[in-house]
Design a protein around this ligand. Structure first.
Ligand SMILES: Nc1ncnc2c1ncn2[C@@H]1O[C@H](COP(=O)(O)OP(=O)(O)OP(=O)(O)O)[C@@H](O)[C@H]1O
Ligand SMILES: [Mg+2]
Length: 178
């Protein structure tokens, strides 16, 4: 959603929060509280249902669902760097790894019958280990996700990555990286 969202960043007890016209994100300890404005009931329900489903399925590459309260979802906070921040400084090797991991996660989602409709750079977080080495990718923002039925999970994963032009964007970064 929000471009405006990110223009409205403010410091809050040394943690970042965002407030925008469509809702807000608050970091509280190890959790994130994502609130939806009341006219976004459909997106709230969709994200709640997919996060619950993926958490129950023990899917390792999405934030764990914790609870809902009104139009807010409390979920696990994922610590890492999103692709907007990660890609400009990444090496070719790291970008190739990232692309492969994203494709793998997209395929595993497709196997569960889930299509992430908004796979853009802000919605993918690279989690690093204590030596600052990337080891896992996590998909955020299931507010526009859909249930899918198809046996061709490779095709679905590919479609997921093209929906918001992620594959060509990754290829541009790859061609420029060291
Ligand atoms: N579980 C989380 N852990 C860490 N950061 C998060 C988490 N959820 C959201 N964020 C941060 O907040 C930003 C916005 O969250 P999100 O993508 O879910 O909302 P949005 O793009 O505003 O949503 P929508 O598509 O529902 O309109 C993310 O790009 C990310 O930086
Ligand atoms: Mg988003």
């Amino acid at each position: 959603m929000f471009v405006s969202f990110f223009n409205n960043q403010f410091q809050n007890n040394s943690k970042l929060s965002f407030q925008g016209k469509d809702g807000s994100i608050k970091y509280i300890g190890n959790t994130v509280v994502k609130s939806f404005h009341s006219e976004r009931q459909q997106e709230f329900t969709t994200e709640r249902d997919f996060l619950t489903f993926l958490t129950n399925a023990k899917f390792p590459n999405s934030p764990k669902f914790i609870k809902t309260e009104g139009n807010s979802i409390t979920m696990e906070k994922i610590s890492g760097q999103n692709l907007l921040d990660f890609l400009p400084a990444a090496t070719k090797e790291q970008i190739l790894w990232t692309k492969e991991q994203i494709l793998k996660v997209a395929k595993n989602l497709a196997k569960l019958g889930v299509f992430h409709n908004d796979l853009n750079r802000a919605n993918i977080i690279i989690v690093k280990d204590t030596n600052n080495i990337p080891y896992k990718v996590v998909f955020l923002d299931f507010a526009d996700a859909k249930k899918v039925k198809s046996l061709d999970t490779t095709q679905l994963a590919d479609d997921m990555m093209y929906k918001k032009h992620l594959t060509p964007i990754l290829d541009v970064f790859l061609s420029k990286a060291k």
